[in-house]
Design a protein around this ligand. Structure first.
Ligand SMILES: O=C(O)CCC(=O)C(=O)O
Ligand SMILES: [Fe+2]
Length: 234
């Protein structure tokens, strides 16, 4: 299936590597003031908005994606502004982002390798706040030869360094075929497996200590329910 080009010309300079369809890494997408403002808003949200998972906690905004359709909820203004800004770049083929996950990772926390699944438009955009992290990519289990033991180590492909205030856009195979995850560790030693070293202003061999990172994962959920009646609720 061919992919319609949907990102504005001006973003082309941020493509990380032609061999990786497709990664855009945009350093300093937001200012330090915007970063503090967003962190303030995240931490102002009611305690009940947080879901504690093993190794991270999260806030879900916009509704819960569901195979039958997402019952859309209004996204607060402080997030809506960024949904609009990113959508206007063409990230979602002209559609408006309508879903935001806020993940908080304390130093040493991470997320297991996973796929984001079929409920989203196949583009994921992520603003990082407070700390860098390394996002690691893995081949899916079925695509390796049987003779090779399918350990996480064998399936590991490469990493992206995401700095605070950056915007990362993943599309195509990067989203649809590969798994992504974040190692639960407190410090990263950069290697040549980090494919955006120069774009992120880093060098191989550098050691970076993590702090608490908050990520805003901004997406478009195509299937939305217009009213509660469709779910059969009173
Ligand atoms: O924190 C991130 O950048 C990744 C989050 C993620 O993969 C997810 O929520 O599905
Ligand atoms: Fe994910």
């Amino acid at each position: 299936m061919s992919h319609e080009p949907c990102i504005l010309e001006e973003l082309k300079q941020f493509v990380v590597h032609d061999a990786l369809p497709t990664v855009y890494y945009i350093p300093d997408f937001i200012s330090e003031d915007e970063e503090s403002y967003l962190l303030q808003e995240v931490y102002k949200s009611p305690k009940t908005k947080w879901t504690q998972l093993s190794g991270r906690r999260l806030q879900n905004w916009g509704g819960l994606p569901h195979p039958k359709g997402m019952l859309a909820e209004k996204i607060p203004d402080w997030l809506q502004a960024y949904c609009e800004k990113i959508s206007s770049l063409g990230a979602f083929s002209g559609k408006m982002a309508n879903h935001v996950l806020v993940n908080e990772y304390k130093q040493g926390e991470g997320i297991m390798p996973h796929e984001d699944g079929p409920l989203y438009h196949p583009t994921v955009t992520t603003i990082s706040l407070g700390s860098h992290t390394l996002l690691d990519f893995y081949t899916p289990i079925s695509s390796l030869e049987d003779a090779v033991p399918q350990t996480e180590e064998n399936r590991y492909l490469f990493s992206l360094l995401v700095r605070p205030r950056s915007l990362l856009i993943l599309q195509d195979d990067m989203y649809q075929r590969l798994l992504h995850g974040i190692q639960a560790c407190a410090q990263d030693t950069l290697t040549d497996k980090v494919v955006n070293l120069s774009a992120a202003g880093a060098v191989s061999g550098e050691k970076l200590t993590r702090d608490t990172r908050v990520s805003l994962t901004i997406r478009h959920v195509p299937k939305v329910l217009k009213t509660k009646l469709i779910l059969g609720r009173k």
